[in-house]
Design a protein around this ligand. Structure first.
Ligand code: ADP
Length: 497
């Protein structure tokens, strides 16, 4: 935890065109440590002019980078992977300081990033096309070419992971990138820029410009005519603003947006394992992840047991300073998020759900000034309540009872979101039946939040467009070009007769 009087960590520069430069029309902004509400770093924020410079650098770097043989791009990505492996403990510490996510979580997450960078390196020479049989007289084939300059706009809950999921496939495909991290958590993206620099990436291939969203660096990136694609993770309303802002430029988009994932527990499930997963996925990241199972649908015969179990386990969660390894859960990442979570607790009580655990901000002693929230459990939730329909992004579990399989499916799908779902059952037929009918980009059966770089990640409905990770991730950064060659060179005169 930052002690009063400790000098601020200083990040006075943006990373543009391979140089560390002061903002031309930006400012220096303090980044807040959410565990105590005090500034801990001072960070350069770029303005529209800085984005213009970064896009120009990325555009200049694009021709050479996109033509570079895939195995050479792969070699650089592998050097970056090794650098990330060495830096992982420090990156975890910095990310925890900037966004309050418990160190045990950032260590586990960022500790795996080297493997993910290696996976993306392995894709760098896999962007092949296909040949298309038509007639003997022609040879038709496709090639795939990188789309151009990518604007990556990332959120504050998992800043490094979100950057990795965008920069990995973009760079493997041969695109160049301008990364704009969230205003609440800019630090680790600048650290990542340092690693790119040390790994020897050519100037302009990766540029990092922290800044504001609406009216600032983010919006300029979204409207810039030379940005071919926006890869965005964040809120649905922001995605719509980005779409509107970029409409005149006809960009490509991938959107990884919110979720309200149903986590279904049938009465034949291994109850203890289901509770491990359901409680863990309700409160992980202090509730600040779109794939968490925040709607827990429990079959009636085991519903009361589940409510008791959730309340019992909520009391066991060690909420505390996020840098202490024994803390399970840190604070919410910023003051507005804490206020938002508390307002949903009020809404839940007001709408008649039963608050069986938590529901309050934690203050006093070590907690003072921090944005700490108790792990919270609502029982007897109706799926029509706001706490069941809207994404809270706080550690709030809503337990909803159901009777029959059909009802579980209907409740699961009665949501504007469709990112992820989980289900627990020992019945293989039921697992297949239910998972095939859930409207979600990902379904986990007898496990939850099993996320790997090799498996596609993304949602349907209001949860987004496109997929990150998996071989599919590459598609979002490549255009398809079709070439048809006549083998004879004969072309009939259309006006001969
Ligand atoms: P959250 O509310 O979870 O912070 P947002 O969707 O607001 O999520 O933010 C995600 C990212 O989008 C951040 O990097 C933010 O700066 C950026 N952003 C916010 N508004 C805009 C906008 N109008 N145009 C471009 N980027 C934006």
């Amino acid at each position: 935890m930052q002690q009063a009087g400790t000098p601020l960590a200083d990040y006075p520069h943006l990373y543009i065109g391979g140089q560390w430069v002061a903002p031309v029309d930006g400012e220096q902004v303090e980044s807040i440590d959410p565990s105590n509400g005090r500034p801990w770093a001072r960070v350069a924020f770029g303005g529209p002019g800085d984005i213009d410079a970064a896009v120009a650098a990325a555009r200049a770097a694009f021709p050479a980078w996109s033509r570079r043989p895939g195995h050479e791009r792969a070699a650089l990505l592998r050097r970056l992977a090794d650098a990330c492996e060495r830096a992982a403990p420090e990156l975890a510490r910095l990310e925890t300081t900037d966004n309050g996510r418990a160190l045990r979580e950032t260590r586990a997450d960022i500790g795996g990033h080297a493997n993910a960078w290696h996976w993306y390196a392995s894709l760098a020479d896999k962007g092949s096309g296909r040949t298309i049989p038509i007639e003997d007289s022609v040879h038709a084939f496709t090639t795939r070419r990188p789309v151009g300059v990518v604007g990556a706009i990332t959120p504050w809950n998992v800043p490094l992971m979100a950057a990795l999921w965008k920069l990995g496939p973009a760079l493997a495909a041969g695109c160049t990138v301008v990364l704009k991290p969230a205003e609440h958590t800019p630090v680790t993206s600048l650290e990542l820029a340092r690693l790119f620099h040390e790994a020897g990436f050519p100037p302009g291939v990766v540029n990092v410009v922290p800044g504001w969203g609406a009216g600032g660096a983010g919006e300029r990136l979204a409207t810039h005519p030379d940005v071919a694609k926006i890869a965005f993770t964040g809120e649905g309303e922001t995605a719509k603003a980005i779409l509107r802002a970029g409409a005149d430029t006809l960009k490509r988009y991938t959107f990884e947006l919110g979720g309200k994932a149903p986590h279904i527990v049938f009465d034949d499930a291994d109850f203890d394992q289901a509770m491990n997963a359901a409680t863990g996925s309700a409160w992980a990241l202090c509730g600040q992840s779109c794939a968490l199972g925040s709607r827990v649908l429990v079959q009636r015969p085991v519903y009361e047991r589940a409510v008791e179990e959730f309340a019992r386990r909520a009391a066991r969660v060690r909420v505390g300073p996020p840098l202490h390894v024994e803390s399970h859960m840190g604070p919410q990442a910023h003051a507005q998020q804490l206020a938002k979570t508390l307002s949903y607790v009020e809404a839940g009580v007001h709408e008649g759900a039963e608050l069986v655990a938590g529901g309050r901000r934690i203050t006093g002693g070590d907690y003072d000034g921090g944005y700490y929230m108790q792990p919270t459990v609502f029982a007897r939730v109706d799926n029509r309540m706001r706490i069941a329909r809207e994404e809270i992004f706080g550690p709030v579990a809503a337990l909803i009872p159901f009777d029959e399989e059909e009802e579980a499916i209907a409740l699961a799908n009665d949501s504007s979101y469709g990112l992820a779902a989980g289900l627990w059952t020992r019945d293989v037929g039921r697992a297949l039946r239910v998972s095939s009918r859930i409207e979600a980009g990902m379904v986990w059966v007898n496990t939850y939040r099993y996320i790997r770089w090799s498996t596609p990640y993304g949602g349907v409905k209001a949860s987004g467009w496109g997929r990150e990770n998996g071989l599919e991730a590459l598609d979002a950064y490549l255009d398809v070009h079709t070439t048809i060659i006549s083998k004879t060179g004969q072309f009939a005169d259309p006006y001969a007769s």
